[in-house]
Design a protein around this ligand. Structure first.
Ligand SMILES: NC(=O)c1ccc[n+]([C@@H]2O[C@H](COP(=O)([O-])OP(=O)(O)OC[C@H]3O[C@@H](n4cnc5c(N)ncnc54)[C@H](OP(=O)(O)O)[C@@H]3O)[C@@H](O)[C@H]2O)c1
Length: 280
């Protein structure tokens, strides 16, 4: 409690403008407060901020989409989000339980038509509640399903997926490039390695010798090299930190460039293994 408010304020002061959030992070009230305080201070204007919100799995039925976004806006105390995305391409049973399970501890899924959910997002954009709409954790087949939908009004502007030097997403990146869909790379530093949701059998990214050796050359950390790598290949990065020094460190990536050879060396680190397996 309170740590997110402080982190977002420090981030805005450091120069960050894109803030990745979600209802299920349970801190949208703090994010909204930080943004509003910085606007009140005169540090930023609302239009300087790019806030991304997410539609959770229990809210896929089309009639729930707009009320869910309105709830997020109420928590944030903002009039619109810049981007609203479907967090996962699968639905849970709607209701108060965000992770509904049966008596055997199995998740209770829900049949919804992702295309119908998408149409509800399109309506949110038309209503001005979201400036842009996109998706997250969608594979190529799921993206194509939306893009080939009869009567499509807006295609997804972005697809937020795990992306970092150990999981470089070459095929999905190429597909999205061809279709003008921005890849937003989550866990760009290799996650927090929290065993409750992270596959820790994959080695820690920031200990990688290649990233550290390249970092030494530029007087940068492995984290900065990992972020710079993605930015330089056109992938948006959304690193998370609650630590003021690391928040600032993660922004100091615009004063150097990696060479083509270094980019290739980092690309070759790809292990095709996810940290965030989303087993549910
Ligand atoms: N769409 C989705 O399904 C999805 C899934 C996962 C994540 N995300 C989004 O992506 C964001 C980032 O992903 P993530 O939190 O999984 O992983 P991440 O940003 O790759 O890593 C965060 C971890 O790295 C540490 N860290 C931050 N900066 C560092 C630095 N310079 N040096 C060393 N360690 C550093 C953080 O600790 P400190 O806080 O102590 O610095 C934290 O433990 C999330 O906040 C969320 O917005 C989306």
């Amino acid at each position: 409690k309170g740590s997110c408010l402080e982190a977002v304020k420090i981030a805005i002061d450091a120069g960050y403008r894109h803030i990745d959030g979600a209802f299920v992070y349970f801190n949208e009230h703090e994010v909204g407060q930080a943004i509003r305080e910085k606007i009140a201070e005169g540090k930023i204007k609302r239009e300087d901020i790019f806030y991304c919100g997410k539609l959770w799995n229990t809210c896929h039925p089309p009639e729930l989409v707009r009320p869910t976004l309105e709830k997020t806006l109420k928590i944030l105390q903002l009039d619109y989000v810049d981007l609203y995305i479907i967090e996962l391409p699968m639905a849970f049973k709607p209701g108060d339980a965000l992770y509904p399970k049966d008596e055997n501890g199995k998740f209770i899924y829900h049949e919804t038509d992702l295309c119908a959910t998408w149409e509800a997002l399109e309506a949110c954009k038309d209503a001005g509640l979201a400036k842009s709409i996109g998706v997250s954790n969608f594979n190529r087949r799921q993206l194509e399903m939306i893009m080939n939908k009869p009567g499509l009004k807006y295609k997804p502007v972005s697809n937020q997926v795990e992306c970092h030097p150990y999981f470089t997403q070459p095929k999905l990146l190429e597909f999205c490039r061809q279709h003008d869909i921005v890849i937003v790379g989550y866990s760009p530093l290799g996650t927090s390695r929290d065993e409750s949701w992270v596959n820790v059998s994959s080695p820690p990214l920031l200990k990688d010798p290649v990233l550290n050796a390249i970092g030494k050359k530029y007087n940068k950390t492995a984290a900065q090299i990992a972020l710079r790598f993605n930015v330089q290949r056109g992938v948006v990065v959304i690193p998370k930190s609650f630590n003021p020094q690391r928040i600032r460190e993660n922004f100091q990536i615009f004063d150097f460039s990696l060479t083509e050879k270094e980019m290739k060396e980092i690309e070759a680190l790809n292990k095709n293994v996810r940290y965030v397996e989303l087993l549910m």
